[in-house]
Ligand binder design. Structure first.
Ligand SMILES: Nc1nc2c(c(=O)[nH]1)N[C@H]1C(S)=C(S)[C@@H](COP(=O)(O)O)O[C@H]1N2
Ligand SMILES: [Mo]
Length: 315
């Protein structure tokens, strides 16, 4: 029994080690019991009016150097630790009720406010972009995200001049998210960007994928996509966006800052302490392709880091 459980956790990832491997094995086995209780019901239900906004027009300035990954691969191999440490987070993730969903905007802004995701979408509009995604575990995919530039959300928030960072916080609900009952994780999931990063054209707020609202395992109903950084920067199922003077302490820094830092820009020349980042396995194929600096987006983002060579930009 325990052995079988353990095998479920051992992800068939021969080239990279899952982010959790340094965690104590017994604790992982223990948490499997909670996951098994994950419910099939709930989630997914969305207003028909929202679904009518999809598919959104594609913004053709974002092109790929590879085919789009089929949803049967990208939708069945996810990192969403709230719902377990395996790549199979369905059906557990469907326990999350994603509509209605309120986003809080607070911190150093003109006036804190709350806005429903449906209202937000109506206000800012939607577009589709083809983006690469590179997980720190050395797998990758290419997906058609639907959403809007993060800069539009920043404009709506009216940050004060003292705001230097933007902080994203994922929902917290132990009753439905078995992973959040695992005490040694620094829940809730938090991520952050500098204001210049948040203002870069590539920084994207995502509400849909494959021409429809986000399925739960992708981080419904609202997540971010920061394609030049390792995937863990792209927080899912966000409930709060805060503007801060100080650099937010992220979930992964709280867990293992030597391996998962604040910057986490993709760089094939800087290995993870436990594996190479030189190449990546493309989901849905056995092919490994070379990893590109800034995940292929250096033209758009390298300028953000001029003069910052003293920072750990690639961890
Ligand atoms: N809240 C939350 N956001 C998260 C994660 C997570 O576990 N919880 N995993 C991150 C990691 S490591 C990756 S690679 C991507 C995976 O996104 P995908 O499952 O849609 O491919 O989500 C990121 N965002
Ligand atoms: Mo990841």
């Amino acid at each position: 029994m325990l052995i079988r459980r353990h095998r479920e956790w051992e992800i068939p990832e021969s080239h990279a080690t899952p982010e959790t491997i340094f965690l104590n094995r017994r604790a992982l086995i223990g948490s499997a019991a909670g996951l098994a209780a994950g419910s099939l019901i709930g989630g997914g239900a969305r207003a028909a009016s929202e679904a009518a906004l999809y598919p959104a027009p594609r913004n053709d300035s974002y092109v790929l150097d590879r085919p789009v990954t089929a949803e049967r691969f990208s939708g069945d191999y996810n990192n969403f630790y709230e719902f377990g440490m395996s790549k199979t987070v369905l059906p557990a993730a469907n326990a999350l009720k994603t509509s209605p969903w309120t986003l809080k905007i607070d911190g150093l802004v003109e006036k804190p406010f709350e806005i429903g995701v449906d209202d937000l979408i109506r206000k800012v509009g939607l577009e589709e972009r083809l983006y690469r995604h590179r997980c720190v575990e050395a797998w990758s995919m290419a997906v058609p995200w639907t959403g809007f530039p993060l800069s539009k959300l920043v404009a709506l928030a009216k940050p004060a001049s003292g705001a230097k960072y933007i902080r994203f916080e994922t929902f917290m609900d132990k009753a439905i998210a078995p992973g959040q009952r695992v005490f040694y994780y620094p829940w809730p999931y938090v991520e952050g960007l500098t204001m210049p990063e948040a203002g870069n054209d590539l920084a994207f707020v995502v509400t849909g994928v494959y021409g429809k609202p986000l399925p739960n395992q992708f981080g419904a109903p609202i997540r971010i996509a920061v394609p030049w950084k390792y995937g863990f920067k792209s927080a899912k199922s966000i409930v709060k966006v805060s503007f801060t003077a100080d650099r937010p302490k992220t979930f992964w820094e709280g867990l293992q800052s030597s391996e998962y830092g604040f910057w986490a820009n993709v760089n094939p020349a800087v290995p993870h302490p436990r594996w190479s980042q030189a190449s990546e396995r493309v989901l849905g194929s056995d092919q490994r392709v070379p990893t590109l600096i800034y995940n292929g987006y250096s033209e758009q983002v390298a300028g953000l880091y001029k003069g910052m060579e003293g920072e750990r930009l690639f961890v």
